[in-house]
Design a protein around this ligand. Sequence first.
Ligand code: ZN
Length: 311
Amino acid sequence: MNLPKKVVLCEVGPRDGLQNEPKILSVEEKVKLIDSITDSGFKVIEVGSFMHPKAVPQMASTDEVFKKIKTKDGVEYRALIANMKGLERAMDCGCRKVKLNVSASKSHNLANLNRTPEQSVAGFKETVQAAASCNIEISGSISMPFGSPWEHEIPVDDVKKIVQAYIDAGVTEISLSDASGMAVPSQVYNICTEMQKEFPMVKWILHFHNTRGLGVANIIAGMQAGITWFDTSFAGVGGCPFVPGAAGNVSTEDVLHMLDEMNIETGIDLDNTILISKMLVKILGHSTDSYILRAGKSKDLILDLPTGQKK
Ligand code: ZN
């Protein structure tokens, strides 16, 4: 099997996961979780978003969280923004990396904003230039490139037009985000292979929600196509308010456990990661879609025959 030797996992739980939780975590709880994630060896952490606090109350404290977390050299702390206002908030609290997002669903975008997705991306240009002028790194994300609840199928050429619009606006790090949980491995492999060939200057990140249980399979398909950056969420928390039945991102500890067992290097401590996810589940007060939190690591399994009791 053709797989990379090294993979980067981006922990997006503090943003994508927590923004969908009914319970709003305190600044102290968020800071403790994020500092522990840094200590576990993650190189990319999505801390929060700078959206309007009324639209996403769970993320209203992102500015304060940024001011209080312990940052480590070589670790990227990023936040999602929608516009210039978000960029200004990022500048004010010391956030050095921001991410823009657009939906690949043309009808969704037209209905909401009266613009095609590529027109939306072209409109980001001012924000991208302003970010560059104050040394803030920027990346772009495309939601639902593998299928949307509105059109069902999204033509690959439509996704390519959005990618080109991002490149024209000056963004060359792009995340393909399966927020609708509709991607399947063969499609992921084919689209990733095609995109890398056509846009070799782009650094690709894949972002899978585990809505239909295919998150891990899609990551393997992405790795086979040569992608090495993946978003995951602690304890598998998350969802998407626009998608019926949406699940969280594929769980960080499930992916990390698999990568460890396959000897693919991440630089992340699995035991610490499991402890952080357990801490999160305790704070949230409900169980989550994480296989490893339920079953434990396969290495810890030493059963006593014939009773089946754990030693
Ligand atoms: Zn997501």
